[in-house]
Write a protein that binds this ligand. Sequence first.
Ligand code: CDP
Length: 806
Amino acid sequence: MNDMTPTSAERAAKLEGMGCKRKRVEDIRFVQGKGNYVDDIKLPGMLYGDLVRSPHAHARVKKIDTAKAAAVPGVVAVITAETLKTVNLAWMPTLAGDVQMVLADGKVLYQNQEVAFVIAESREAAADGVELVEVEYEPLPVNVDPLKAMAPNAPVIREDIKDKTDGAHGKRKHYNHIFSWAAGDKAAADAAFAKAEVTIKELIVYPRCHPCPLETCQCVASFDKIKGELTLWGTFQAPHVIRTVGSLISKIPEHKIHVIAPDIGGGFGNKVGAYSGYICAIVASIVTGRPVKWAEDRIENLSTTAFARDFHMEMEIAATRDGKVTAMRCYTIADHGAFDACANATKWPAGLFSIISGSYDFPAAYCLVDGVYTNKAPGGVAYRCSFRVTEAAYCIERAMDIMAQKLGMDAAEFRMKNLIRREQFPYTSAFGWQYDSGDYHTALNKVMEAVGYRKLREEQKARREAFKRGETRELMGIGVTTFTEIVGAGPSRACDILGIAMFDSAEIRIHPTGSGICRLGTKSQGQGHETTYAQIIATELGLPADSITVEEGNTDTAPYGLGTYGSRSTPVSGAATAMACRKIKAKAQMIAAYMLEVHDDDLEWDVDRFRVRGNPERFKTMTELAWAAYHEVPPGMEPGLEAINYYDPPNFTYPFGAYICVVDVDVDTGETKVRRFYALDDCGTRINPMIIEGQIHGGLTEAFGIAMGQEIHYDPEGNVTTASFLDYFLPTAVETPHWETDWTTTPSPHHPIGAKGVGESPNVGGVPCFANAVNDAFSFLGSTHIQMPHDHWRTWTAAEKLGLHG
Ligand code: CDP
C-alpha cells in the first residue's frame, strides 16, 4: 500500500453511509419545484370531482335533488348513495372493523359529511354543481360530548347498528358504545391503591386535533374498461393496503389495480385511511370511462379526513410518601366520531395506549378504554404518533408532575427516582411490553446539565417570591418530560391490519456496474427515505449512497409492504433493507472466494471489499463483484446480484428522550413565551444525523402547535368552529421557538443495525413538555392541571380562575 492509497476510513467516508449528514437527494427536485404530486397528474380527458357536504351535524336526509346541478354547463354526472348502491358501494369497511357511509345514506352524522359527488369537465364547474345540489334535511338532536355519549337518552348516532350487542371488539354496553379494551392487572393495581400512602386522580383531556400536511388528501382514478384495470394515483401513506382494501371493496381483482403514490407533501397519519373522495373518484371513472381527479380543500381536510386524539383520560397514580410509584390506573373515553375508522392494528382498538406506564418502573398498572360514537368526523389516526402513544405519553407525563407536586418533590428528582434503570433492560412493563433498551438516567442528567436545571429552579423560586410581593406579573415555568415510545409495528403476532400481518419489505437489485435500485413498501411523505435507505445500503454493501436509487410508492414494482406511519419505516423496512443487503453480500462473498481462489471463510469484509485474511493486497471490491455477478459466477451459481427481504420484527423498538422547556407566562395577557426548549432523543443507531435533526425540528414545531393552540372544536350544535387556518393554530416561523437538540445512542439489541424510529418522538415528548412547563408556572398557586391547548386566552382564563387578576 502506498501513501496515496485511501485508508479504510477515507473509503468509508466516501460512501456517505450510516452516520453521515448526507444532503437530502429528494430536495434537488423539491427546491426547484420539480416534485411530482397528485395535482401535477393531468391525464387526457380527465374530469374533476367535488363533494356536496352536510351543513348539519345530525339530520335525516329527506331528499336530494340533483337536477339543477346536472344542468350546470360542464357537469357530467352527480353521484349519490343511491348511485353507489347499484355497485354495492354506498358503505365501505373501515380499518377498525366498522362500516362507514361513502355518501349519506338516509341521514348525516357529522358536519361536512359527504352527501353527493359532482363530476365535471373542470374544477370550477364541479364546484358550481356542488352549490346547486338541493338537499332537504330534517335536523336531529346532536351529541358532540363523548362523556355524555353513553347516557341513557343520548341521541342514537348509528341507527344501522343500534340493536347490535356485539361489535368488532366484543360486547357493546350502549347503542353509542364501540368497544371496551383493557390491559394490565386490575386486581394488582386495585390492591396497591388500597394501601397507597399518596394518590392523585385527574381528568386529563387530549383534545381532538388534526394533522396539517401542506398537501391535502387527493387522488386520480383511471379505469380502463377494455383491460378492466384501475390505476389510482393518490396521497397514500400505505399504497399496498389501499390496493388490497380497494380490491376487497370494489371486487376488481387485486392484480388489476395499480396504486401509485407519487411525491407526498406531508402525511402525519392523515393519509393512511381510505376516504369517500377516493371511492367516489373510482366509481366516477368506472361510470364515465374517463380519469377523475378529486382533491379536498383545507376546510374539508381539517373537518372531515381523519382527526387525531380526542382521548379523555381519568388518570390515577399511587406512590409512597418518599416518592416511589406503586401503581397506576387509567379510565379513558375515546371519542371516535360517527364511524369507527381508527387506524389501529386489529388487536388494539385503543392502539398501543398501554405504553402509558411510560419510562417508569410501575409494579402494578391497569387501563380501560371505552370507545364511543358522537356526531363528529370519523378517524382517529396516529398524528405523528404510533397508535395512541402520544395520548399515553401526555397522560403519564402530566400525571407524574401532578404527583410530584402533591409530594412536594421536584419534577426531575421524582422522575429520577422512578425511571427504569439501565440494568433493568430488557424490561417488561406491568402491561407486558418488553422495552428493548434504554438509558433514561443518562439522558435526563445530560439535559439537566445542559440547561443548568438547578439554576433555573433557583431563578424560578426568586421569580415566585417577586410575584408574591407584586414586583412582577410574569411567572416562570419549567417543563420536564422523560418519555418512551413504542414504534415499528410490528411483530406480526401482535399487529395486523384487516388480517394482513404488519411486516415490511425491501428488494435490492445491484446492476453490473455496481449501482443499484432499492424498492420498498414504505412511502416517504417528507422523511427523506430516498436519502437514508441508500445510506444503509452504502454501509452494508460498500457502494456509494449516490449510486443507489430508492423507489417507493408503486405497488406494481415494490414488494408488499404496510406503508409509512408510526415511525415504522426504520425499525421495519430499515431492517428489511439491511437484511436484503446481507443476502447480497453473502453471494458476493462466494463470488469473491471463487475469483480469489480461496475459501469463503478466508475472506474478511473491509468497508467496500472482501480481502484475503492476512493478505490485504488481495481483494475484490463490491463494484468488481457486481460486474462478476453478471459474468463469472462460480459454476452452478445463479447469475445476478439481487435480494428481497420481508422483515417481521421480533419486537417493537422503544426510542426515548428527555426534554426540558422553559416558559415565561404573562398572567395579565396569558401570553406564553418559550424561552428555551432542549430536546435529547435516543433513537439507537443514527442513520443520518441531519435528517434526524430535521425530523426533531418538525415534530417539535407540531408539538408546539398542538400544545399551545390546536383544537378541532365543536359547538353544541356540532358545528366545527376551527376548520380553517384562521381558527386552527398553525405555527409559522414567527411563533416557532428556537430548538436545541441533543442525543444519546442506545442501540436496539434486536434490530439488525440497532436503529429505532425517530420521526414522531418530538411530537410525543414535546406536547407534554410544553404542557408541563405552562402548568408548572402556576403550580405554586395550587393549580394542578390546566387543560390543553395553552393558547393565550385559555392561559389568561386559568390565571383568572386562580384569582390573579384581582
Ligand atoms: O416511518 P418514518 O419514516 O416516518 O419514521 P422513521 O423510521 O423514524 O424515519 C424518519 C427519518 O429519520 C427517515 O429518513 C430515517 O431514515 C431517519 N432516521 C435515521 O436517520 N436514524 C434513525 N435511527 C431513525 C430514523
